[in-house]
Design a protein around this ligand. Structure first.
Ligand SMILES: Cc1cc2nc3c(=O)[nH]c(=O)nc-3n(C[C@H](O)[C@H](O)[C@H](O)COP(=O)(O)OP(=O)(O)OC[C@H]3O[C@@H](n4cnc5c(N)ncnc54)[C@H](O)[C@@H]3O)c2cc1C
Length: 350
């Protein structure tokens, strides 16, 4: 049986995938869109009530204002509500809970296999994000039930001994919130101090004060060597330390799964495994295959691509595929058209 053919397939329905879909729809380009989970899947696992660090005007999509009840930065929950209303407003048809499992190109057509069917298209746009799996420490005990790479909410840790591993924003935010929610918190970080460039600026004085007043125990320059049901074994500059812990949160970052890019023959570069992308068009070296959003950076060791500097990807791709500009787009898209935010990283990493 022949697979249904469309002009363009978009894989991923996060913010940039949805903004891309609106642009294609309004340019009358036939497209299909798939997401492995629900729309905004990555944002749905942000810890409850986490605020974006980006202001609402920077993460708003398709020129539709994003209002918050207190005129402050949006929480993950508020942003998901905004994404749902965009899908309804623009009547987008997203095939959710339908992961793309295989990609190939033959006779100038992309062959896309999902969990539910086979499809073909002339163009393929990967807006698959860059946070597919946790960065594993590779130590014994990492998969025990009281150990998690995802911080969901602080209540679970009330009056429990919690060790947070990591020292960037998500680790510090989890430690602060859990301490305020009555947990007995320790932090293990492989560096000797927190870098203020990696933490929301208002969190740094708070965490420093809680450590100084011994409300949070800090193990600087330490690495985890083993996790048991009762303890975490750390190696510090002063020797081994055995830290009692009822729960362990491994806030050590996330990685991109490049399997789709590899299957499609896209070249990957550097430690980031960043796809080969011409930042003038967002086209990879495979003709007709585009990458947009944070996926264009690969695994971000230093964060360079965010929602606010990915709106321009939509303009570049639409110009290449349809020869026109989007009808509705975040105005920031046009101010960032000439940027390649990962260029420097690739030069130093190659
Ligand atoms: C706690 C936290 C706070 C953050 N705060 C900010 C912030 O303030 N500002 C900011 O810009 N960014 C922030 N980020 C990062 C933000 O989540 C990303 O910038 C944003 O989600 C990227 O959008 P995207 O559309 O490129 O990709 P994503 O939102 O990651 O969307 C990718 C989509 O592709 C889907 N997908 C992946 N593989 C497949 C497949 N094989 N088949 C089908 N679908 C697939 C996923 O399910 C997902 O829905 C934060 C992240 C975290 C964890």
């Amino acid at each position: 049986m022949n697979s249904p053919t469309t002009d363009t397939i978009i894989v991923g329905a996060g913010p940039i995938g949805l903004e891309m879909a609106v642009a294609l729809k309004e340019a009358h380009v036939d497209y299909l869109q798939f997401d492995a989970g629900q729309i905004g899947q990555t944002i749905s696992w942000y810890p409850q009530q986490t605020q974006f660090f980006s202001s609402p005007d920077r993460i708003s999509l398709c020129g539709v204002p994003l209002h918050t009840p207190d005129q402050n930065k949006a929480t993950g929950e508020q942003y998901l509500a905004y994404l749902r209303s965009l899908v309804e407003q623009f009547d987008l048809k997203v095939k959710t809970y339908e992961p793309v499992t295989q990609l190939s190109k033959k006779d100038d057509l992309f062959h896309v296999i999902t969990s539910k069917g086979n499809y073909t298209s002339k163009h393929l746009i990967l807006t698959i994000g860059d946070m597919h799996k946790p960065r594993m420490l590779g130590v014994p005990g990492e998969k025990l039930p009281h150990v998690s790479h995802y911080f969901e909410e602080p209540h679970r840790y009330f009056q429990q001994r919690l060790l947070v591993v990591g020292g960037k924003n998500s680790a510090v935010e989890a430690a602060l919130r859990c301490q305020r929610a009555g947990a007995i918190v320790s932090i293990s970080y492989r560096q000797d101090q927190f870098n203020e460039r990696s933490i929301k600026y208002w969190l740094k004085p708070e965490i420093d004060w809680l450590i100084q007043t011994q409300k949070i125990t800090f193990y600087p320059s330490s690495t985890v060597t083993e996790i048991t049901p009762m303890h975490v074994q750390l190696q510090t500059t002063e020797g081994a330390a055995k830290v009692p812990a009822d729960f362990v949160l491994l806030m050590t970052g996330y990685e991109m799964d490049p399997f789709l890019l590899k299957q499609a023959g896209v070249l990957l570069h550097g430690k980031n495994q960043a796809p080969e992308v011409d930042f003038n068009t967002m086209q990879t070296q495979v003709p007709g295959l585009f990458v947009a959003g944070t996926a264009a950076a690969g695994t971000q060791i230093r964060f360079r691509l965010f929602i606010e500097n990915s709106h321009s990807h939509v303009v570049k791709i639409l110009r290449t595929i349809a020869g026109c500009d989007p009808k509705h787009i975040n105005p920031l898209a046009y101010t960032r058209l000439n940027e390649n935010p990962i260029e420097e990283d690739l030069k130093t990493e190659r």
